[in-house]
Design a protein around this ligand. Structure first.
Ligand SMILES: Nc1ncnc2c1ncn2[C@@H]1O[C@H](COP(=O)(O)OP(=O)(O)OP(=O)(O)O)[C@@H](O)[C@H]1O
Ligand SMILES: Cc1cn([C@H]2C[C@H](O)[C@@H](COP(=O)(O)O)O2)c(=O)[nH]c1=O
Length: 215
């Protein structure tokens, strides 16, 4: 039987899920949320770009605005997202799962040639997730998935975009781990999305275990 996560927390748990296009972020977040709800948890699923005006603006301008300006828009959306949506849900004790967060901010604008050091500094003060999940995948596998599903954005149009993105994510993951973030790498090439979601749920259970003992 799956151990229950604590439903009596006064502060929630913040989980971000990032990874290259086609790795399965949205699919896995959906499965994860369903599993947690079935465990009796209160879950809030969110995403970046957020649904706020800044998020909408970033989304609308992504086809035409590039580089540093777009990086600043996404970072502005992130800081606003934390203050107006993520923190309030955490304060009410919910598990907040964000489909894309900081790691995407360290990766996607590199397609426009933005320096990773600039991206790191721009995002340095955003809220640190309790768990930063990075979906890893064989670039050939996700390139196939993108071909089948179709691209979601201009960054996925280049023929070798999956290879480049996997490499950018490797850099971002190393930087996050070096900075002391709690990082969980989940391989998504060779197993169904339900199993990837279960691996994340298992880590959350471990993360929550000490507070269950103290309660
Ligand atoms: N583990 C998996 N095995 C096989 N197919 C998968 C797996 N995960 C996702 N898919 C399929 O791959 C496609 C991409 O999944 P999804 O949209 O969840 O990825 P994503 O990482 O959110 O992509 P994007 O960044 O482009 O929004 C979908 O058609 C989905 O059904
Ligand atoms: C967080 C973040 C997002 N983006 C862009 C990349 C895509 O155009 C959309 C996300 O849509 P998807 O369906 O999840 O692929 O937002 C970005 O450029 N930079 C960011 O930091």
């Amino acid at each position: 039987m799956t151990p229950r996560l604590s439903s009596e927390r006064r502060h929630g748990l913040f989980v971000s899920v990032d990874g290259p296009g086609g790795a399965g972020k949205t699919t896995i977040v959906r499965h994860l949320a369903q599993m947690l709800v079935a465990d009796g948890e209160h879950v809030h699923v969110t995403a970046e770009p957020s649904t706020s005006g800044i998020g909408q603006l970033a989304s609308d301008l992504t086809p035409t605005v590039t580089g540093h300006a777009l990086a600043c828009l996404y970072a502005a959306d992130r800081y606003h997202h934390v203050e107006t949506e993520i923190k309030p849900h955490l304060k009410s004790g919910q598990i907040v799962i964000s489909d894309r967060y900081l790691a995407s901010g360290l990766v996607v604008q590199r397609f426009d040639g933005v320096d990773p050091v600039f991206l790191w500094q721009l995002n340095e003060e955003v809220e640190r997730p309790d768990l930063t999940v990075i979906l890893e995948a064989d670039p050939h596998v996700i390139a196939e998935r993108l071909l089948e599903r179709g691209p979601h954005n201009r960054f996925q149009l280049a023929p070798d975009s999956s290879h480049a993105e996997v490499s950018y994510y490797r850099d971002a993951t190393n930087a996050l781990a070096d900075a002391g973030f709690e990082v969980l790498r989940v391989d998504c090439s060779s197993r169904p999305p339900e199993q990837s979601a279960a691996a994340i749920r298992d880590r959350l259970t471990v993360l929550l275990a000490p507070s269950e003992v103290c309660a």
